[in-house]
Design a protein around this ligand. Structure first.
Ligand SMILES: Cc1cc2nc3c(=O)[nH]c(=O)nc-3n(C[C@H](O)[C@H](O)[C@H](O)COP(=O)(O)OP(=O)(O)OC[C@H]3O[C@@H](n4cnc5c(N)ncnc54)[C@H](O)[C@@H]3O)c2cc1C
Ligand code: SF4
Length: 338
């Protein structure tokens, strides 16, 4: 591990000043010379692996008092970025009104990790592509722009089938982000010029020609909270993985339905484990809206969700698996008694 400077932020203003000052340029946050430290469960790993090499770390845990609230209300939910995954997953009202959020967190990582890890750190986690995480491989456009992509012709079983480019096919690995994107969440960002909000869907960037730029956050900016409009008691997070615990998704679906008098008034479908960014399946949603639910429709919606998918040597199975996960999650959501 390389030497780095450790700084403990006394408040939000000190944190963004320290992060912005140390960065000193316009590099994307993920490449910046200063990184915020929350639970540390993935940043420290990546520093030990020599993948991330920040010269400075700004510990934002002292901000927890203001940034870790879990606030469900009758018209929506606000979650502080420093709330721990385990606390949100275990919260009674999150389980009752947002089961898709509770389960996306409960099915992630391990109990120990969830106790330590924060929501902000979770959405900012980086891909688990093994070529990205192993610096002995020179050709990774995400680590070294222009160096090529070892996964393209290499072992790509875990890689993405949606949102890929000829520069990078790495999967976005998190679970919670699929729940947020499905529920039209917004993300609150605190920076040097104050607080701004944007749709969560605008936070992550598809790889395109610059896979090294993963989010729209700038150095000196921190995620301070997430907001979810409305309540979604009829919602499901279903995750298929190689083992039943402590494993990333091969394919997952975040589903939310608003059903009145047997008719689907609103439908949300998001996919995990199969795309380069948190992925919303708008075409699948359009098929469901205004209809009465049946199994055939669930399968047609699942087909629509994967219409643009492109499989590679080892990961084509994700397309068939992903469709089954979406169809089953839709069935589970439709059958929920609420
Ligand atoms: C073995 C293992 C298995 C895992 N399995 C899963 C899984 O199945 N599903 C899943 O979703 N996750 C999984 N994870 C990932 C885990 O959930 C993340 O490590 C964790 O959520 C990161 O949170 P943290 O607070 O520890 O982040 P940190 O490690 O502190 O930070 C992560 C990144 O986010 C940045 N950051 C942190 N907070 C903020 C903020 N407020 N604003 C802006 N940037 C910020 C940091 O600078 C860093 O770059 C797994 C991790 C491990 C080690
Ligand atoms: S898929 Fe992306 S992260 Fe993985 S080796 Fe290729 S460029 Fe690097």
């Amino acid at each position: 591990m390389r030497p780095f400077q450790y700084q403990r932020a006394s408040d939000a203003s000190a944190a963004v000043q320290a992060l912005g000052a140390a960065a000193g340029n316009n590099s994307p946050l993920t490449q910046a010379t200063a990184q915020p430290l929350a639970g540390g469960t993935t940043l420290i790993d990546l520093m030990k692996l020599d993948v991330m090499r920040p010269a400075a770390i700004v510990d934002i845990n002292p901000l927890a008092q203001g940034w870790s609230a879990i606030e469900p209300g009758s018209d929506g939910l606000r979650l502080g970025a420093l709330a721990r995954m385990s606390d949100v997953a275990a919260h009674d009202e999150i389980q009752r009104f947002y089961p898709v959020i509770a389960n996306s967190l409960k099915l992630a990582a391990s109990a120990q990790l969830r106790n330590m890890a924060t929501l902000g750190g979770n959405v900012m986690q980086r891909t688990r592509c093994s070529y990205f995480r192993d610096v002995s491989h020179d050709n990774c456009n995400k680590r070294h722009p222009g160096s090529g992509c070892a996964a393209m012709e290499g072992v790509n079983r875990m890689h993405a089938v949606l949102g890929t480019s000829d520069q990078c096919i790495a999967t976005y690995p998190g679970d919670f982000a699929q729940a947020l994107i499905a529920l039209d969440a917004t993300v609150e960002i605190t920076g040097r010029s104050g607080i701004r909000s944007m749709p969560f869907a605008d936070l992550h960037k598809a790889p395109g020609n610059s896979p090294d730029i993963e989010t729209t956050l700038q150095p000196g900016e921190l995620i301070s909270a997430f907001a979810v409009p409305g309540r979604w008691p009829r919602s499901v997070y279903l995750k298929a993985r190689d083992r039943q615990s402590y494993e990333f998704a091969l394919s997952s679906a975040a589903i939310a339905l608003d059903v009145q008098d047997g008719v689907i008034r609103d439908a949300r479908v998001a996919l995990g484990g199969v795309a380069t960014v948190p992925w919303r399946a708008h075409d699948a949603e359009a098929l469901l809206k205004g209809q009465k639910f049946n199994d055939d429709m669930a399968e047609r919606a699942a087909d629509a969700a994967f219409a643009g998918a492109v499989g590679r040597r080892h990961n084509s199975f994700k397309i068939a698996l992903g469709k089954r996960v979406v169809a089953r999650a839709l069935q589970q959501a439709a059958m929920m008694e609420i």
